[in-house]
Design a protein around this ligand. Sequence first.
Ligand code: SF4
Length: 340
Amino acid sequence: MTEKQKKELILSVRNVSKRFTSKNVCVRAVTNVSFDVHKGETIGIVGESGCGKTTLGRCIVRAIEASEGEVVYKTLAGQEVDFLKVDKKQMKGIRKEIQMIFQDPYSSLDPRMTVLDIIAEPIVANYPKMPKAEREQLVKDIAAKVGLNTTYLMRYPHAFSGGQRQRIGIARALILKPQLIVCDEAVSALDVSIQAQIINLLRDLQREMDLTYIFISHDLSVVEHISDKVGVMYLGRMVEFGETEKLFASPKHPYTEALLSAVPVADPDVQMERIPLQGEIPNPANPPSGCYFHARCRYCEHRCTVEAPELHEVDGRMVACHRAKELHLRGFDYSQASEA
Ligand code: SF4
């Protein structure tokens, strides 16, 4: 990544919220989330199941509509638009540049379509007049780039392994030459050794095709391997955001510290003290007062139970914790980390 690319802001997520209302019950799935994404970088979004990270990803690509907020996107042509407000016609043009890779390679591919047709589908939808031979050549080129055997493209998805199916999903996301890809638990359904292959593939493709990723995962060791910056979400809110290495080495939020303590270590003789998270994640339809994390936090004091902490900067990090400046939290030891 060049210095110029590092500085080019291509996506600015501003105060995005998403509420789901059903039978007079309002669930705040995402609340006031903001972060920036620069060209060529990977932003990891982590948190336990139900923390709102997948909903946030879907709001960003407009797979679902956000309740509030802005997603200012800089197109490849250099135009800045609020992607959440553009009309359908504009959205179709920008969608080519923002793609998504889904969690489950088993269910995200249509079992009745050949792999060639699955990968070609976005081309058919966006360039219906493209000659068949040209389209098929594009499919073969992208299939080869993601490591698929191009002689098998007339087969159906069930004939492929989990890792190969995820390569098909990646080829499909890349065929329109996007700028930004949101990867939603893209390797979670795969065996650990296949996870490493797919992560290495995503990194190689990022360098080759100048891609930018938002990488959503519950697995911190995976996020640590691929991300330049990490955002930690808890009950729909961003509680910590910063550079991966710093955030892992010295977390500033007690929730980040607890998550890091649960990352597996490679050496069975090394005992890492695991910080237990007391209780369950609170009900987002009825969140606690003050800091949403207070009932599970071992550093909780009275103020935390009545006053919600705002995100503020602490040592170059954004943190939502009243005690972030005074606490000395335990980081994650890279030398003991297991391979993703
Ligand atoms: Fe814990 Fe209080 Fe910080 Fe919340 S604000 S994370 S309860 S110390």
